[in-house]
Design a binder for this molecule. Structure first.
Ligand code: GLU
Length: 444
């Protein structure tokens, strides 16, 4: 794991630790005896950039069991191994508004309402269990998968596992109920054991920050480079986290903090800023929703002060495209030069398309310079191609400078074929945006 050099970010995180460290409101989860013994004073904050550099403070090396923060990852693994259709037959993606351990099932199908509540997570875990009677159900896949997200082999807290299993009366009844609806099809005891063990996987705040960064990084583990899950799966998982990740406080969370997140009764909250960072807090005292008291306060403050709310209106996309008229000089013709910078999405490409369309016929050539572009999504590939075509149609000479082959390696307008509209492929992890190497130009 890369330690980030000391910057003002560390000072900022230290300041939050001091500011909220004295708040001892809330209570440690005690329905699992071993969790009731957790040190309530623990407090850690960890923030990982998408390149895997982690800033952290407080009890950042202290291990705890992952509990419900495992749920988005296991849901992602189910989508990865089984595809969206099979998973959707087992679990819905609707917020329940009920507590996490409520039996919230759809009336007609018996499907749990979402994979972030226990009923949904048990059903999803059951899906991952190979039908071979293995003692621990889908646990092997889950353990391997979560370790891949973290970039290191994770351990299991056997004491917490035994303690929760011995008192898992409610989860046992949920699993049996799911079995009666044929949502769980295998041995319900095996599913319960596997799920309970999944919750007992040990992490630190820094591990969770890396796991969050893997989601923020489009499914690619920043340090190992492994594409653990595909981008379409990341999108699905983050959407469900945004609407269902914070127990029955999810709506309030989305409005106030605006970061897709998942919390667990261990006292961790893991947030994911797509394309930017993973943010984790760990502090075991919980509020009435089951969310960490100090964690919620830290998230609210960071979101506000660092402008991380997902619904924050982005500055105009014009920053992605710069246009300059270069007048005729001795020996070279006048030109309309368009520089594309950073990651180009719909708004930047639409801006280019319109600016080129507004040029009209003329002598000067049109230059589209992608030297400082970092990545193009499919719609921007299409729009940039169309911008070049429309300039040609009005009689302009067109020059495209695309050193990283972001448009697919074709460098003359006549040769260009429209990029395929890429249908999300839920199982194949190979899909990725076309990306160049000009990391410096990528505005994060
Ligand atoms: N293992 C816990 C349970 O199933 C996880 C709950 C949580 O973290 O929300 O009750």
């Amino acid at each position: 794991m890369t330690a980030a050099p000391h910057t003002v970010v560390e000072d900022y995180l230290d300041g939050l630790l001091t500011r909220y460290g004295d708040d001892d409101s809330g209570a440690v989860a005690d329905y699992i005896p071993q969790l009731a013994a957790a040190d309530p004073t623990r407090f850690a904050i960890a923030l990982s950039a998408v390149d895997g550099a982690v800033h952290s403070t407080g009890d950042d090396q202290c291990t705890f069991t992952i509990q419900s923060v495992s749920k988005p990852f296991v849901y992602a693994l189910a989508l990865h191994y089984l595809g969206r259709e099979a998973v959707a037959e087992t679990v819905d993606v609707e917020p329940s508004g009920d507590p996490f351990n409520e039996l919230s099932l759809e009336a007609e199908t018996g499907r749990p309402l979402n994979p972030m509540i226990n009923a949904g997570a048990l059903a999803v875990h059951g899906l991952l269990a190979p039908d071979d009677g293995a003692h621990l159900g889908g646990f092997a896949r889950v353990h391997e998968g979560l370790s891949a997200f973290a970039g290191r082999p994770l351990g299991v807290d056997e004491a917490v596992y035994e303690s929760e299993l011995a008192t898992a009366f409610r989860n046992r009844s949920l699993t049996n109920m799911l079995r009666s609806y044929d949502i769980v099809t295998g041995d319900p005891d095996q599913v319960l054991r596997g799920y309970t063990r999944q919750c007992a996987i040990e992490v630190t705040a820094r591990d969770l920050a890396m796991m969050a960064a893997t989601l923020a990084n489009g499914g690619v583990q920043p340090l190992t480079g492994e594409q653990v899950i595909s981008r379409p799966i990341v999108r699905e998982v983050l959407s469900v986290m945004a609407t269902c990740g914070m127990y029955d406080g999810a709506g309030d969370w989305l409005a106030r903090v605006g970061i897709p997140a998942k919390s667990g009764v261990c006292g961790a909250i893991m947030g994911v800023l797509p394309g930017q960072a993973g943010l984790v807090t760990f502090s075991p005292r919980l509020d009435r929703h089951g969310n960490s008291v100090r964690g919620v306060q830290v998230f609210e403050r960071i979101s506000d002060e660092m402008g991380l709310h997902l619904m924050e209106v982005a500055p105009p996309a014009r920053g992605a495209v710069r246009h300059e008229h270069v007048p005729e000089t001795l020996g070279s013709r006048a030109a309309e030069v368009f520089w594309l910078q950073g990651s180009i999405h719909f708004a930047g490409a639409e801006n280019l398309l319109r600016s080129v369309a507004e040029l009209g016929p003329g002598e000067g050539k049109v230059v589209l310079d992608l030297t400082h572009a970092y990545s193009l999504n499919p719609v921007s590939q299409l729009f940039i191609t169309q911008a070049a075509r429309s300039a040609e149609e009005i009689g302009r000479d067109v020059e495209v400078i695309d050193p990283d082959g972001l448009l697919g390696g074709q460098d003359t307008a006549e040769d260009w074929t429209e990029p395929d509209w890429i249908e999300p492929d839920w199982v194949d992890p190979d899909w990725s945006e076309s990306e160049g190497t000009d990391q410096v130009a990528d505005p994060v």
